[in-house]
Design a protein around this ligand. Structure first.
Ligand code: TYM
Length: 329
């Protein structure tokens, strides 16, 4: 094994294509060469999901989507964050070694808090510190994420270094981000300058893993396009075409250049038809598997409980050691 992977996903809604192509597909592949720990971060999601039934439902849905995508609980650890105390125990210690100025620079906080900064929950402000605790509680070496998490991961490295400097040299390894090239940033189907997101008010802007074949075909057909013949990769001038091309390349496991060459003189409409077929072909089996898993919540809950016990066995002694390093008796 080449190291220990940790990554997380919020159960804010179901999973969309950006999560799948930007992160989860990669999580599945990494199981062959790393020890993998994957976490459904409900404590992070509590900043936005404040309804118990919805939180429970989303958590199960994300768990089902991860298993259906190929996360194998026999090889990897899959669990829910709030079930393992090490995360919040370590987060407090890390809060105390993180200057406010570092958090003030986080672009995601600025975007999410928007104009109503004074009303934003404190949990949203210290969110990146809990994220650092997630990773460091396992002494993870690598963190596979989409491009939007890059700044948070740089902060995790700074927080690890800050702890190490104050309390114990080399205590936490500095985690390395792993960002996928072809689909690091999947954009909205309605606006090529915005990332595809679970929180976009328009459902037409994203493909959900729960969408059926008809919904996928309609969304791709109606995706914003331009009137230039042929599909090229030119994110500056043709953001929508470039996004659909990147999605195609990622789903087909081809390079963007190969897909662009194949569709150099194809109409947008025809390209979209091929893309919709490809999307349905790749997502339909996941969708079917997910439905099966959701029909058996007892099995899902058992997988997550087993994952939490295994995660706890790794993280508890590390956080105990961190508590000793700061002088907690
Ligand atoms: P979250 O739940 O927003 O997204 C989960 C993963 O999906 C990636 N992603 C995307 N990739 C490409 N294109 C998109 N449009 C797109 N949208 C989402 C994200 O980059 C992420 O990898 N803060 C994290 C969760 C987290 C975490 C952690 C991650 C909490 N603790 C520790 C890594 C390690 C988040 O909100 O991801």
């Amino acid at each position: 094994m080449q190291g220990r992977i940790f990554s997380g996903i919020q159960p804010t809604h179901g999973i969309q294509l950006g999560n799948y192509l930007g992160a989860i597909r990669n999580w599945v592949k990494l199981q062959d060469s790393f020890e993998c720990i994957y976490c459904i971060v409900d404590q992070h999601a509590l900043n936005t999901v404040q309804d118990a039934a919805e939180m429970r439902q989303n958590t199960r849905e994300v768990a089902a989507a991860l298993l259906a995508s190929g996360i194998d609980p026999a090889r990897s650890i899959l669990f829910v964050q709030s079930r393992v105390e090490a995360h919040s125990r370590l987060a407090w210690v890390l809060n105390c070694v993180t200057p406010m100025g570092w958090l003030n620079r986080m672009t995601q906080f600025k975007e999410k808090a928007g104009k109503h900064r004074e009303n934003a929950p404190v949990g949203l402000f210290v969110y990146p510190v809990l994220q650092a605790a997630d990773i460091l509680a396992y002494r993870a070496t690598h963190v596979p994420v989409g491009e939007d998490q890059k700044q948070h991961l740089e902060l995790s490295r700074d927080i690890a270094a800050s702890f190490n400097r104050r309390f114990a040299d080399g205590f936490f390894p500095l985690p390395e981000p792993m960002i996928q090239a072809e689909a690091a940033r999947v954009m909205s189907l309605r606006d090529g300058s915005k990332k595809m997101s679970k929180s976009d008010p328009s459902d037409m802007s994203r493909i959900n893993l729960t969408d059926d074949a008809d919904a996928i075909a309609t969304k791709i057909k109606k995706a914003k396009s331009d009137s230039i013949l042929g599909i090229t990769y030119d994110p500056e001038n043709r953001p929508e075409a470039s996004n659909l091309l990147s999605i195609f390349a990622a789903l087909a496991d081809q390079s963007r250049a190969a897909v662009a060459a194949e569709y150099a003189s194809t109409s947008f409409a025809q390209f979209k038809e091929h893309l919709a077929e490809l999307c349905v072909e790749k997502l339909a089996p996941i969708n079917a598997e997910m439905r099966g898993l959701l029909a058996n919540p007892t099995h899902l809950d058992a997988v997550l409980a087993d994952g939490a016990a295994r995660a706890d066995a790794i993280a508890r002694p590390i956080v105990d050691e961190a508590y000793a390093a700061v002088g907690f008796t």
